[in-house]
Design a protein around this ligand. Structure first.
Ligand code: LMR
Length: 327
């Protein structure tokens, strides 16, 4: 009888085991504040997964470079230490050259053109540009156009000459600053505030929401509203992790992510307006707007960068992106 009871307990345990299996954990690491388009998108993703897949999938969001900076996160992803991240498109250089496309200065006239290109066949194909290296792109998320902040008033390219600017890890961005005879320095996002505060660098380029949420405007007396380039992101995961997910869960996770991205893009559009205004209202930083003639000078000196990188990015891709301006 005792033996029978033991067998029963053992069998019951085996049957119950799959039901009580530990949930799949998705660690989502990013470098920005929570009150940003990407931060809000990641939190919304967590919220949707909590609502819909409780007990099956758990999303843990790590903002502010708490878990990994953007220079480490992709390697960590391949090792299985983190499952999702959304680095700026400028930060995939060591995995693919194609995404450098998005760094070309003055490529897109506005965010509607960016959206059209990203949704096009060519834009969607780029989500798979790192498959062979073990990374799968799950979608794009917007932040917005970059502005130039500095310790000096900058109106025309000659004003930037000789200054040191922090850039993301992108050779295109380096070439863009070299084109105006400035010195680019590739540094992680987490170091930018201190570099500016201690005057180790003169300036940096970023969006209104990053300049506001990381308080760069408090240590940069001038911001030139140049809209000279794009800061957008790709949500990526390890292909191995993604393909190992059960089909039904993968579909649900992707659906929640798509909805979170739509939400994040709305936040991006709103923050581009609101955070700009908050910076102006603070009186800490003077926003310089450019005349058409001044802007034309920037385009003239920076646009040759396109030709410089055409062989790496591909002329067809550049043409496809540029043509999205005229649709
Ligand atoms: C930067 O490094 O300036 C940005 O990529 C930060 C971010 O993720 O928006």
């Amino acid at each position: 009888m005792r033996r029978l009871c033991f067998l029963f307990v053992l069998l019951a345990g085996l049957v119950a085991a799959p039901l009580s299996a530990a949930p799949i954990v998705i660690k989502f690491s990013h470098v920005v504040a929570e009150n940003t388009p990407k931060g809000q998108m990641a939190n919304k993703f967590k919220e949707l997964i909590d609502q819909r897949l409780a007990g099956k999938v758990v999303v843990e969001v790590y903002p502010n470079s708490q878990l990994f900076g953007d220079n480490k996160v992709l390697q960590a992803m391949l090792l299985g230490d983190v499952q999702m991240a959304a680095p700026a498109l400028s930060k995939f250089e060591s995995f693919t050259r194609s995404l450098q496309l998005f760094d070309l200065p003055f490529l897109f006239k506005d965010m509607a053109a960016v959206e059209r290109f990203q949704k096009s066949e060519a834009g969607q194909k780029l989500l798979n540009s790192m498959k062979k290296k073990g990374l799968t792109g799950l979608g794009y998320i917007h932040n917005g156009m970059k502005q130039l902040s500095s310790s000096n008033a900058i109106r025309v390219p000659a004003d930037a000459a000789g200054q040191k600017f922090r850039i993301m890890t992108s050779d295109v961005l380096a070439a863009q600053f070299k084109a105006v005879k400035a010195t680019p320095l590739k540094k992680p996002f987490s170091e930018v505030f201190t570099l500016l505060q201690t005057k180790a660098i003169d300036g940096q380029e970023n969006t209104w929401s990053n300049i506001f949420s990381k308080k760069f405007f408090e240590v940069q007396p001038y911001i030139t509203e140049s809209n000279h380039g794009l800061l957008d992101y790709m949500v990526v995961t390890s292909t191995e992790f993604w393909m190992d997910l059960p089909d039904d869960l993968r579909g649900e996770v992707k659906k929640a992510l798509d909805e979170a991205i739509t939400f994040g893009n709305q936040v991006a559009a709103q923050k581009g307006v609101d955070d700009r205004q908050k910076i102006i209202d603070s009186g800490r930083s003077k926003v310089i707007t450019l005349s058409a003639e001044e802007r034309a000078q920037w385009v003239e000196v920076m646009k040759p960068v396109w030709k410089e990188f055409e062989h790496e990015i591909g002329k067809d891709l550049i043409d496809a992106a540029y043509n999205s301006n005229n649709m």
